[in-house]
Design a protein around this ligand. Structure first.
Ligand SMILES: NC(=O)c1ccc[n+]([C@@H]2O[C@H](COP(=O)([O-])OP(=O)(O)OC[C@H]3O[C@@H](n4cnc5c(N)ncnc54)[C@H](OP(=O)(O)O)[C@@H]3O)[C@@H](O)[C@H]2O)c1
Length: 268
């Protein structure tokens, strides 16, 4: 299927590692002109160079998105490089300490998690919307988490809460901007084997000292991932590219779980 992404201008925030790399690479393979982003410049440039070496179009722009200033600076650089965006993937996020509990997390940690996950996404969305409205076409994809709807006691409550808020915001934006030819959807990953996830998972008490290969079946079973394994970043790439494409034009405001069948409740 031709996803009709040739020449589309795409920014994938947080694409110098993990899930974002796979999304950026697949968009570029589908013909999009991609901006690879993260805070670490060396990794962003390496990902962009790798995409270009395969004959596709990518550049790297770096910056911290947890502040208004950082988001403004990234937007200025995006405009200078591409004159605006057709596709914005708000993937940057996570938690500085995913193992925080109700006992160990305090309001400043919540603020930090909100700035990193929602602040980055909402500020970049604000920047991207006027151009998308003017051109009557745009795609915004937010990234939530299975933890948003199925919070684990061992994962940060602030992170879980902000990821739930991102789901709500997605539908709210979709209801407001759908009339402009813009869709705003959300992808909700289950556990995905990125470097940060490995660090978190292999530090869980029963798994300390184990390799990822030893830990994976235990985790998939414990968390009820019906696929029997954890996700790889590339398992999400197809969902990103499809939702970003003109083919997905009547899908708006949804949260698509890409979790190997982990969440055991009906999607509403
Ligand atoms: N892996 C999972 O199991 C999983 C599950 C559910 C949801 N998610 C979500 O999926 C997204 C990607 O996660 P991942 O596992 O692929 O993690 P990752 O490999 O750590 O990627 C996170 C990306 O976000 C960037 N980033 C983080 N904070 C930033 C900030 N303040 N300003 C700018 N960039 C920032 C990082 O860049 P630098 O490294 O250069 O800072 C990196 O490129 C996140 O939103 C995460 O919450 C992941």
């Amino acid at each position: 299927m031709d996803l009709q992404l040739t020449g589309k201008r795409a920014l994938v925030t947080g694409s110098n590692s993990g899930i974002g790399v796979a999304a950026a690479r697949r968009l570029a393979e589908e013909g999009a002109r991609v901006i690879v982003h993260g805070r670490n410049q060396q990794r962003a440039e390496a990902v962009a160079a790798d995409i270009c070496a395969s004959g596709h179009d990518a550049i790297a722009i770096t910056g911290d998105l947890s502040t208004q200033q950082g988001c403004d600076a990234l937007w200025q650089a995006v405009e200078a490089a591409m004159g605006g965006l057709d596709i914005l993937i708000n993937n940057a996020g996570g938690s500085d300490d995913a193992t925080r509990t109700w006992e160990t997390s305090h309001w400043p940690d919540w603020i930090e998690e909100f700035e990193m996950n929602a602040g980055s996404a909402m500020r970049m969305t604000e920047h991207a919307l006027p151009g998308m409205i003017a051109q009557k076409w745009g795609r915004i994809i937010n990234v939530s988490s299975a933890q948003a709807t199925m919070p684990f006691p061992h994962s940060s409550p602030g992170y879980n809460a902000v990821k739930a808020g991102i789901i709500n915001t997605t539908t709210s934006l979709a209801r407001t901007y759908g009339k402009h030819g813009i869709t705003i959807n959300c992808i909700s990953p289950g556990p995905v084997d990125s470097a940060v996830f490995r660090e978190f998972a292999l530090d869980l008490p029963p798994l300390r000292g184990k390799t990822f290969e030893e830990a994976e079946p235990f985790l998939a079973n414990k968390w009820g991932v019906s696929a029997g394994r954890l996700g790889q970043p590339d398992d999400l790439a197809g969902a990103f590219t499809f939702l970003a494409s003109p083919k997905a034009r009547f899908i708006n405001g949804v949260t698509l779980r890409v979790d190997g069948g982990m969440c055991g409740f009906i999607n509403v």
